[in-house]
Design a protein around this ligand. Structure first.
Ligand code: GDP
Ligand code: ZN
Length: 310
């Protein structure tokens, strides 16, 4: 039977089979995926083949994993040796953010976007807590609305508490598998509880698997969104930042679309766009063709990368 992994703990998996039922599954033997030795060979979003075990109906053995369309990992896509795969087969990644209580920094947003670029996953930003924005935050949002959509990242403004802006946002999940991330306190859990209240894995017929850590929230988990067709969200609790840990300095500008488009125009082909002469990126920042905020985020990311890595 084929199935889709809804939760992966590294030792056992929650798999929704084609019959619509949930099974607790384990891996049969050890196998490598795509020639990569991963610390977690199977991730949320993986499509698998499984055999039901003889003794219990809710138990199954995963015998095969189907090729991934894509995945997102904690480390760079170019450092495939130490993968920890967060989720597989994603259509898009949503960053939940807020401009107040707590403020999500542009640096944090741009790191998320660059990570999504690195793994070729379309990204969307949802700003929450619109109900508490004052003039300052409203002005900031105007700037954000000007910046991100022009770079290919749609933005939305909602208030989960007041349930404003939610109708528009719900549409983006239709027929998609979406990874949701965000710094803590921005209202991500409130949002997920609102749009996917019934797909509460804790309330499903899993009580018989007592003592198996069903209630831990440290693992990514997939939820169906009721009322929409094939809409799934993957919640990533505890996952604040990922993907950029071991990227090379040379690769970062490739993950800023507005820089990527201009790389060929720099005088030196190993230009890092910091203080090199004839740098097309810096010229574009000066001409306001590249947003200054984005360039600052780029420099901050570059600062966090060790010299030895390029
Ligand atoms: P998470 O850490 O991102 O999962 O955030 P939570 O969902 O736990 O929410 C953090 C706090 O923000 C809670 O006290 C929520 O009630 C509050 N919150 C969530 N959405 C909104 C909103 O739209 N407006 C306001 N003012 N508070 C909100
Ligand atoms: Zn340059």
């Amino acid at each position: 039977m084929k199935g889709l992994v809804y939760k992966s703990t590294g030792s056992w998996y929650l798999v929704k089979a084609d019959d619509g039922k949930l099974y607790e599954a384990r891996l049969k033997g050890i196998f490598k995926i795509d020639g990569i030795t991963s610390t977690n060979p199977i991730a949320v979003g993986d499509q698998v083949e499984m055999e039901l075990s003889a003794e219990g109906e809710a138990d199954a053995m995963i015998t095969e994993i189907f090729p991934r369309h894509n995945y997102i990992a904690r480390s760079s896509p170019h450092h495939i040796k130490h993968h920890h795969i967060v989720a597989a087969n994603l259509d898009q990644a949503v960053l939940f953010a807020s401009l107040k209580n707590p403020k999500t920094s542009l640096g944090f947003i741009d790191r998320f976007l660059a990570t999504a670029e690195a793994f070729h996953i379309p990204a969307i930003i949802i700003f929450n807590k619109a109900d508490i924005y004052h003039e300052k935050e409203k002005q900031q949002y105007k700037r954000i609305e000007k910046m991100y959509p022009s770079l290919g990242y749609p933005v939305f403004l909602v208030s989960v508490s007041m349930q404003t802006g939610m109708k528009e946002v719900e549409k983006i999940f239709d027929h998609k598998t979406t990874l949701i991330s965000g710094n803590s306190g921005v209202g991500k859990s409130s949002f997920i509880n609102l749009i996917a209240p019934s797909m509460n894995l804790k309330t499903m017929e899993v009580s018989q698997w007592s003592g198996k850590g069903m209630h831990t929230t440290t693992f990514a988990e997939m939820h169906d969104i009721p009322g929409l067709q094939a809409a799934r969200i993957i919640d990533t609790p505890g996952l604040r930042e990922f993907g950029m840990a071991d990227m090379d300095k040379q690769e970062i500008s490739h993950y800023f679309p507005e820089m990527r488009d201009r790389l060929n125009d720099c005088r030196f082909n190993n230009c890092l766009h910091i203080d090199e002469p004839g740098c097309a990126i810096k010229a574009a920042v000066e001409n306001e063709e590249i947003f200054m905020e984005r360039y600052i985020s780029y420099l901050k990311i570059m600062d966090t990368i060790k010299e030895s890595e390029y």
